[in-house]
Design a protein around this ligand. Structure first.
Ligand SMILES: [Zn+2]
Length: 119
């Protein structure tokens, strides 16, 4: 499954849990409704996280495509997810966008076709 699929699944889970929580409120089951609302919050956060991952993946693929066709794009911000979580102290060895060689490795394991620049 892709990040989009996880995003949609988490969103659907949030809708179902919200419906269940609302039904519990009508039947005066407040404790159970509160637990369902916690589940809604977790599902919404998961959906937002998967959306961020999808957008990052699309940006990395676009960056790799541009490098493959001969452009010299600026590194992404953060340059890689490891640098983002380590505050720049560590970098992913083959996904860091500071290194153009990483783009070729990134492009090698993608489903996106790399096209040549038409000049
Ligand atoms: Zn990096």
């Amino acid at each position: 499954m892709t990040h989009r699929h996880y995003q949609y699944a988490a969103g659907a889970g949030a809708v179902l849990l919200a419906t269940a929580a609302t039904a519990c409120l009508y039947r005066d089951l407040y404790v159970i409704a509160a637990m369902f609302w916690v589940g809604v919050a977790v599902c919404l956060e998961a959906s937002a996280r998967e959306r961020r991952r999808h957008l990052r993946s699309v940006a990395e693929h676009e960056w790799a495509r541009r490098v493959a066709v001969g452009d010299n794009p600026q590194p992404l911000r953060p340059c890689c997810l490891l640098a983002g979580t380590s505050r720049g102290r560590a970098h992913h060895h083959d996904r860091c966008t500071r290194n153009p060689i990483a783009a070729l490795l990134l492009a090698a394991d993608t489903d996106y076709p790399i096209t040549r620049k038409d000049n």
